[in-house]
Design a binder for this molecule. Structure first.
Ligand code: GUN
Length: 305
């Protein structure tokens, strides 16, 4: 059998990579054309406002990637950097200004926020019409009801990736590991929805789940979103499963200029040989998250103008 060389790993051709970088590029290319068309017609161009509080290294990287994606797609972007010790009241004032700024289509406040700020209060302060992160209770409620709304970027990006690669999900058993409001919970709702992709039977697992390995072994699709590097091992995955790795933990690596490298929640080398499809880290879910945020922001702009 021919083999495909991925880093030091040689795997059979049966396993295929869900290339998030490629799929995200295709989405951004489409958006760039749509934005250019809007500009030609004299219509408003999408404008994303990102708020970054403090200087958490990972958050800096993510926000920089979001701003870069805006440049690539022809969106306008505004980055508002605030000191880590800003008061909650002041931050809420900044959000209110963005809510009333008619030029701003989407607002994102990068999480996590410093401990003295209540992130729920901040999320609730964003006007639902500009909630391109899809974290506001109004957006979550609509998503649960199946009403068109802003879908949180990571699960939305995963749905777009499954769609891009035409992965059959109907009737499949999806096992979601992790129950965060940002990934696990919305992922379980989307995969169980009456949609394509969707129509899965979903099991959602968390830190109190018993027999996690046995449950994972029943999964036709596994979404690992618990934030523990290389948690999913080769003996937890059934033959032919589709594995989506949401993890992006920074682990020390003195051989790298940055001093770290990114590790997913899946032990890629051990798991990949069992899969039909698998996402790499980096280059899997990460770029799709950004593409999904861009789509939400474009839709916000198009809905209003
Ligand atoms: N922190 C981790 N993921 C996200 C995300 O999707 N949006 C925001 N705003 N913060 C995050």
């Amino acid at each position: 059998m021919h083999s495909l060389l991925i880093g030091k790993l040689s795997v059979g051709l049966r396993m295929q990579i869900l290339d998030g970088k490629k799929a995200a590029q295709a989405i951004k290319d489409e958006l760039r054309i749509d934005v250019a068309q809007r500009a030609n017609e004299g219509k408003k161009i999408p404008h994303l406002a990102a708020v970054l509080v403090g200087n958490n290294g990972a958050s800096e990287t993510y926000v920089a990637a979001k701003v870069k994606a805006c440049e690539e797609t022809g969106f306008k972007s505004t980055l508002i950097r605030l000191d880590a010790d800003i008061s909650e009241y002041k931050l809420l004032e900044v959000i209110e200004e963005l809510n009333t700024d008619t030029d701003v289509d989407g607002i994102l406040v990068q999480l996590p926020l410093p401990k003295h700020i209540d992130d729920k209060k901040v999320i609730n302060a964003i006007h639902p019409d500009k909630d391109v992160d899809g974290f506001h209770p109004v957006s979550v409620g609509k998503m649960v009801e199946g009403i068109p709304s802003y879908i949180p970027a990571t699960p939305y990006g995963i749905m777009l990736l499954l769609e891009h690669y035409k992965i059959e999900t109907k009737g499949k058993h999806a096992v979601v590991i992790g129950r965060s409001n940002i990934v696990g919970r919305p992922m379980s709702i989307l995969l169980s929805g009456n949609s394509n992709p969707g129509n899965c039977t979903v099991t959602i697992c968390h830190s109190h789940t018993k027999n996690l390995k046995e449950i994972c072994l029943q999964g036709d699709i596994i979404v690992a979103a618990l934030g523990i590097p290389e948690f999913v091992k080769g003996d937890m995955v059934k033959e032919g499963a589709v594995v989506i790795d949401v993890g992006i933990t920074r682990v020390q690596d003195s051989t790298r200029k940055s001093g770290f490298r990114l590790k997913g929640d899946v032990d890629f080398e051990a798991v990949a040989p069992h899969c039909s499809w698998i996402t790499p880290v980096p280059g899997g879910v990460g770029p799709m998250t950004i593409a999904a945020l861009m789509k939400n922001t474009f839709n916000s702009c198009a809905a209003k103008n």
